[in-house]
Design a binder for this molecule. Structure first.
Ligand SMILES: Cc1ncc(COP(=O)(O)O)c(C=O)c1O
Length: 455
């Protein structure tokens, strides 16, 4: 593991190293220090940046700090969060089942026909033989990877994978059985796959996101599939940000690359495009059955509540009828926003997802906070994304255009960014090395390919 991955997966490790041999005999001692994730913000009781107080219902406009803001930090890609029909179904299911139903884990007393029907529908949409539900995406990734891997298996993970993949990998593999390849870098992946062959005593599982939620780029899944076949490995794709959003009928990043059939385990969550809670892994039948019996995060946890099962089923139906129109609106907003920002000089990569990643010319936390405060004070809510979520030396405003945004929202936002650029006399150029670190060695040409793929 390299420094970035260690920091991402174990934020306390740097502080432990800095403390040297000084021991602590009370596990609570650290809680009164500025250590840990965003320690200074935690100590100051921050509710502006790290845990902003947003009591509103999620949507394109929300109230923050006493004013209405255009909201760019909610992953409601298809605009389902405010859908009146889904709210009615949620209310009717709550009236019938309450918050308690069903009770028990799937193995004991928590399996119902609607659970099985939803698993069938998800599998059908993905073109996979079967699927299994989880209560959260995070728990699904943990459970799936833990269930399928044994101590001799080797996990090979993209460096910018989401924390749940990192945690699952750390839980399931130790030491040199966990290898990290450079983000979206096929040569780096191949080097690792080749190097693990000689001492191989078990299986090899490649772990990656499909659409990367922070940077909006996509794993080169066609190339990864070629390598996994060449080196006799399996592939797990966490497509939290791609499912419902990209590819034909919203079937996600694997379908976008035409490799759904070769994606051994396709995973997604309902927390993004479905604007709900829950997740699933889709794969061949025997694999899904194995996961059902062996994924500890689900075997030893209560089943997904009916309210989420019923709304997810209806969301799938709505996606089939008006998904294309929702995606068209989402893409329209995404292009307007990205092109408007580019034309002002902001560094926005071409990516195959609607995510608009605005790379910032300074990675200093204090600069990012100042700029984001400036925008929020003008009614534009953006969240700075800094190390360790992205590699050291880079920072960005990760903006999520949705089907619910309007052209007026985009115009207001562009005016705010223009004011920001002028007020701070920003030189918007970003170090090309930073762009390459994030978007891979072929950032420039891949960017053009992405623009074509996105249509
Ligand atoms: C790539 C990725 N995987 C998994 C998750 C976790 O999903 P959930 O919120 O359903 O636990 C997220 C959410 O942030 C994510 O972005």
């Amino acid at each position: 593991m390299d420094a970035f991955s260690v920091a991402t997966s174990d934020p306390a490790s740097a502080e432990r190293q800095a403390r040297g041999s000084e021991a602590r005999f009370d596990i609570f001692d650290k809680c009164s220090t500025a250590e840990g994730n965003f320690g200074p913000q935690r100590q100051s009781g921050d509710t502006y940046f790290t845990r902003p107080l947003l009591d509103d219902k999620p949507g394109p406009r929300m109230h923050f700090d006493g004013r209405e803001c255009v909201m760019w930090s909610v992953n409601d890609y298809l605009g389902f969060a405010g859908d009146p029909e889904l709210r009615r179904i949620a209310a009717a299911t709550a009236a019938e089942w309450g918050a308690s139903g069903p009770m028990g884990s799937r193995m004991m007393s928590g399996t119902t026909t609607p659970h099985l029907d939803l698993e069938r529908s998800l599998a059908d949409l993905c073109g996979k033989p079967d699927s299994v539900l989880f209560n959260y995406g995070y728990l699904g990734v943990l459970g799936t990877i833990q269930a399928l891997t044994e101590p001799d298996d080797i996990l090979v993970m993209d460096k910018m994978s989401h924390a749940c993949i990192v945690d699952a990998a750390r839980m399931s593999a130790t030491g040199r059985n966990l290898r990290v390849f450079r983000h979206n870098d096929l040569a780096s992946l191949e080097r690792l796959l080749k190097s693990v062959q000689t001492r191989r005593k078990g299986g090899v599982l490649i772990l990656t996101e499909g659409i990367f939620g922070m940077t909006g780029d996509c794993a080169p899944l066609d190339g990864i599939v070629e390598l996994k076949e060449k080196y006799n490995a399996r592939l797990f794709v966490d497509d939290a940000h791609g499912f419902g959003v990209v590819g034909p009928d919203g079937r996600g990043a694997s379908a976008l690359h035409g490799v759904m059939d070769k994606t051994d385990i396709y995973f997604s969550t309902f927390a993004k495009a479905f604007a709900s809670i829950g997740g699933f892994s889709a794969s061949e039948h025997s694999v899904v059955e194995w996961i059902k019996y062996n994924a500890r995060s689900q075997v030893f946890a209560k089943s997904l509540p009916m309210i989420f099962v019923k709304t997810a089923q209806r969301t799938l139906e709505l996606m089939a009828t008006d998904g294309d129109e929702r995606r068209r609106r989402m893409w329209h907003m995404s292009r307007l926003l990205a092109e408007g920002l580019r034309s002002m000089g902001f560094e926005v990569q071409h990516v195959p997802s609607p995510v608009v990643p605005v790379l910032l010319p300074s990675a200093r936390v204090v600069d990012c906070m100042t700029w984001s405060r400036y925008l929020r004070q003008r009614g534009i809510f953006v969240s700075p994304v800094v190390y360790p979520v992205v590699p050291r030396g880079m920072a960005l405003f990760r903006m999520i255009p949705t089907a619910s945004h309007t052209e007026a929202d985009v115009e207001e936002t562009l005016a705010g960014f223009r004011a920001l650029r002028d007020e701070f006399s920003l030189d918007l150029a970003v170090d090309p090395q930073v762009v390459r670190t994030v978007y891979g060695p072929d950032a420039a040409t891949i960017g053009q390919d992405y623009a074509r793929m996105a249509g």
